[in-house]
Design a protein around this ligand. Structure first.
Ligand code: RP5
Length: 163
């Protein structure tokens, strides 16, 4: 199946966080491709990957990076498909730097910034699924089931501690 989502990360050291995105996409049976490309260390490779992805039918790009995290913004500047940014807590500032870099895009080129770290990486996968669900009823139905399961898990846990 042709990938619908491209997951990019600035360094292989970001993989433990970005695996959370991959797990969610797998859970929703969404085909994806994933690789490392840095906005500053491999700028030309980054542009090439984004252009090829769009040509090959990728509909959402997820970019995770830490520190002065400009990867999502650079990717968004070369893509028309929606770009979701995951700020990674890999620096001495624990991801606050990456959050500001990702969320504070000047007007014109948006990046949908998620939360810092693994929570943001998971939500990036869910958000991508929500975008794709607009024209894929199977994904929409899987999202509904996912929410129902979250609700029943909370109720089960509540019952356990109730007294
Ligand atoms: C960023 O710098 C990467 O996204 C990573 O989060 C951080 C550190 O990269 P490495 O020095 O571990 O390659 O560009």
């Amino acid at each position: 199946m042709k990938p619908k989502v491209l997951i990019l990360m600035g360094s292989d050291s970001d993989l433990p966080v970005m695996e959370e995105t991959a797990k969610i996409l797998e859970q929703f049976n969404i085909p994806y491709e994933m690789t490392v490309s840095s906005a500053h260390r491999t700028p030309e490779r980054t542009v090439r990957i984004v252009r090829d992805a769009e040509k090959n039918g990728v509909e959402v790009i997820i970019a995770g990076a830490g520190a002065a995290a400009h990867l999502a913004g650079v990717v968004a500047s070369h893509a028309l498909v929606p770009v979701i940014g995951v700020p990674i807590d890999s620096s001495p500032l624990h991801g606050v730097d990456a959050l500001y870099s990702t969320v504070q895009m000047p007007p014109g080129i948006p990046v949908a910034s998620m939360a810092i770290g693994k929570a943001g990486a998971k939500n990036a996968g869910i958000f991508a699924a929500q975008i794709l669900s607009l024209k894929d009823p199977l994904i929409a139905s899987a999202l509904r089931d996912h929410r129902k399961k979250m609700t029943s898990d909370v109720l089960k846990k509540a019952k356990k501690i109730e007294r």
